[in-house]
Design a binder for this molecule. Sequence first.
Ligand SMILES: [Zn+2]
Length: 434
Amino acid sequence: MLADSWRVRLAGEVGARSLRELGEDRLSAKKGCRNAVELLARITLASERTLTQRMRLGAAVRPRTALTGDTLPAAFPAASAALRAGALGYDSAAAIIDTLDPIRSRVGDLNLERAETALVAAATGPTVESPLPFSADEVRGQARVWEQVLDPDGTEPVEERAMQARGISAGLTRDGLVHRKMALLPEIDAKFETLLNAYLNPRSKPTFTDADPDAPKDPRATAQARHDVFASLIDGAARSADAPRIGGAAPTVLVSVRQADLDRRCGSGFIEGCDAALSMRAVEQFVCAGGTQTVLIGDDGRLISLSTSDRVFNAQQRRAITLRDGGCIIPGCTIPAAWSEIHHVIAHRDGGKTETCNGVLLCWFHHRTIETSGWQILMIDGVPHVKPPPWLRGGRSDAETPWRRSTKSRTQLADQLEAASAAESRAGSSPTRC
Ligand SMILES: [Zn+2]
């Protein structure tokens, strides 16, 4: 910490000797540099940003000179003394000075001194409140509290600026991804973060999955998992009964694809209003969850015929499936029913019908990856059963791995428990596809 002290004091000294009002006599000019930062950068090789902060700190902890020429104590005397003694680190000093200095003119020297003294005591510890010195982050947090207490209206202008600057930018397509910039107000971000974390936090899983030996470890990076929770959240919001209707229908994303490409399962689709092409797997997910409408266009570009959309599960079917499945049926997944899509277990092209005994709830991620993840789904007597991918079977072969009934519905789980305790076995039932 003594090294921190020397760095700050050196920057303060060079800054004071390079003040513009010193004219040709200023140190930086004598050394052939534009200003103190350039001079310091040449000596220390540190970055401009670091040096600017060091100089700001250095100025705050070095004795000041009055207009009369008298020497006055430093603007932050307690921090200055602790820094010199090597008791206060650079980051903690920065946290105190950078937070308190801007409010000095509004709160007065006396109040500022009170806050500074308390913060330096906490940073150099021990204090009554803490047996250990506060870390720099804790000091910054504490400094923000002091700022709020001393200058309660001070954040208003910041808030006004933030209100003006809030926004979500339009998307820019690059490398198959749409990039957006989000500038969220703190309370909105806090709600967003809480919502994401609620569905990412393993502790939020119902207890029956905790005891589930097949519950998989999530192979996704945290950022990817957050994206997927967001995807499910959007799905849920679009489907919500409260969502505004557009022409009588829930907000619908229109994807176009050529029939021949869809049949061959290659090529790509296009979303109205989006530059990026859509992979065939994404198109198939749209078809599975949202249905299709065949539009026949003649060689001359005329619309010849239009099929009705009949592959979408209607509201009654969704309610029934929701009651049966309770949420994404992949063990360990925490996405609730309202945010899940309905997957046709047997695809329409293979003769699968849009009926409750062929539809199961899957979250966006498990739906998108159902053909590649290795999870298998089978309807046995109209009830969804799953089989985990090979790497989760504990060395057992496909034949040795039993189909497990999968539901997140509490009423269904209660039924299962009751059935188990009554020692009723389903061993006799043989898998039948409905
Ligand atoms: Zn899922």
